[in-house]
Design a protein around this ligand. Sequence first.
Ligand code: ATR
Length: 275
Amino acid sequence: MKIIYAVFGDPVEHSLSPVMHNAAFAALGMDCEYHKFRVSKDDLETAIMGARAMGFGGLNLTIPLKEIALEIVEPDTLAHDIGAVNTIEFKDNRLIGHNTDGIGALRALQLSGVIIPNSRVLILGAGGAARAVAFQLAQNGAKVTIANRTAQRAHSLAENVNPVGDVRGTGLDDLQELVAQSNIMINTTSVGMHPDIDKTPITADMMRPGLVVFDIVYNPLKTRLLIEAETAGAIIIDGLKMLVLQGAESFRIWTGVEPPVKVMERAARTVLELM
Ligand code: ATR
């Protein structure tokens, strides 16, 4: 019988996960389907139990459900540390919560040939996305600086992540110097996201050839930040890479099958280009 997978969220209409996973299932000839469901916070537990009762293969969670899921499932260590669950695995009778956002970012960097241990990473922003990325990269041996408009949030996130690695928090006052001291710069803020496509957290004059600039914003695909980075001769990584690779990790967790990353990326990119 066909196995059903799903993403729960609210809003969820614009999720690219169904397109990505359905392309993967089709490419591998797997009798599976992936759907999106609008689920409110109050109904999350009922919906998860319902999915399990109906034999779903696995779930993704998106805004605003990732954090409250911690109370419903058994988070693994990384999901517990990050404080959010984006993937639920139905294992025997257990509900295991994973977080693949940080792994998605890590793999996106690795695929571009970046060596993480001892690299100096500057993360702009201190929200949920920054948290996942900071935990993952610190755990993999990067020296991480979190720079945020509200410096206090950067300090408190750095304090949280510190037990797993080398992390410090700061404000945006010395941004130019912080960029100059880094090998990798990751924008996790919403600056530059549609419709504010002319905005960028830093400009070409602050960047240099060889710097890796990774923007987790994927709408537009090529943000103003990435355009400026290219002008400066930097190496660029777009947000779709992270989105696809976090999805690929969920796919691997649920199915145990090597995800067809290229197929997933092509499917998601095609849809985004049409949007
Ligand atoms: P998410 O969970 O998606 O990471 P979030 O928790 O809302 O989103 O965090 C958004 C991040 O973008 C925050 O770090 C925010 O900075 P503040 O903590 O100071 O609010 C940052 N951000 C949003 N708009 C910004 C702007 N115009 N300039 C600088 N930083 C901005």
